[in-house]
Design a protein around this ligand. Sequence first.
Ligand SMILES: [Fe+2]
Ligand SMILES: [Fe+2]
Length: 257
Amino acid sequence: MIRNMNSYPLYDDGRHKVFWLGIEESEDERGILTNQYLVLDGNEAALIEPGGFFVFSRVLRNVSSIVPTTQIKYLMYSHQDPDVVAGLNLWFEYAPLAKLIISDLWVRFIPHLAVLSAGRTMGIPDKGADIKLGDSVIRAIPSHYLHSPGNFSFYDERSGILFSSDIGAAAFSNGEWYLFVEDFKDHVKHMEGFHRRYMSSTRALRAWVRYVRKLGPKVIAPQHGAIFGDKHVGEFLDWLENLEVGIDVFEREFYGE
Ligand SMILES: [Fe+2]
Ligand SMILES: [Fe+2]
C-alpha cells in the first residue's frame, strides 16, 4: 500500500546528510514510481535524479523543508530518460544557482529540453569524474549501456551510498511499494523483467558489478524501487552478476531462436 511520505534520512553525521525525497500516493497511477535523493555537505547540496514533471512539486516541497533551493549546487542526472530529466526547466528556475551534470553524450541534446541550459551544463567524460560537494566528493561511476549508452551511477564517498540509476530498479505492481528491501528473494520478481529488457549487455553489467565490489558501497539506492542495505547489497550484486540481459537474450526472447 502506498501512502504519502515526506523525505527520509539515509545518512547523517552532522555535517554530511543524505535524504530520500518522498512519495505521493497519486504517483502510482501516473507513471513508473521514481526515487529522488538529496546530498548535503555543509552549505552545499546536490539533487540526485531530480525527476520528471509530475513529481516536481513533491520533490521541491521536500527539498525546501531541508535546505533553501539556492543552496543546490548540482542537479545530477544519471542519463537522459524523461523520468530523470523532464523537470529540468522547473529546477533551473527554482534552483537558480544549480548546474546540471550529465554524461557528455547528452550535453548537446539537453538544449532541446531546457531553453536556459546554456552555461549551466557540465558534461561528465566517459571515464567518470570526481564532483566536489562541500568537503566531500561524489564520484561519477561509468554505467554505460546500463541502460543508456551514456550512463553514470553516483557514489557518495562519505556516506557510502551508491546511487545506481536504473540498475537495481524495481517496477512494482499498482498499490505495492516499500522503501527498503527486506526479502531479497521476493524482491527479485519486481526487478527481473525490467533488467532483462532495459539493460543492454550482460558484459557491461558484469564489468559494473566488478567495479562496484571494489568500491564496497554500504547502501545501493536505485532510481526506481527499493533501497538495498546491509546484506542485501551483496545479494543484489551476486544476483546481477549471474543475470543475462539485453542483446544476450533478445534472439531467444523476440525470435524464439
Ligand atoms: Fe532510464
Ligand atoms: Fe528510470
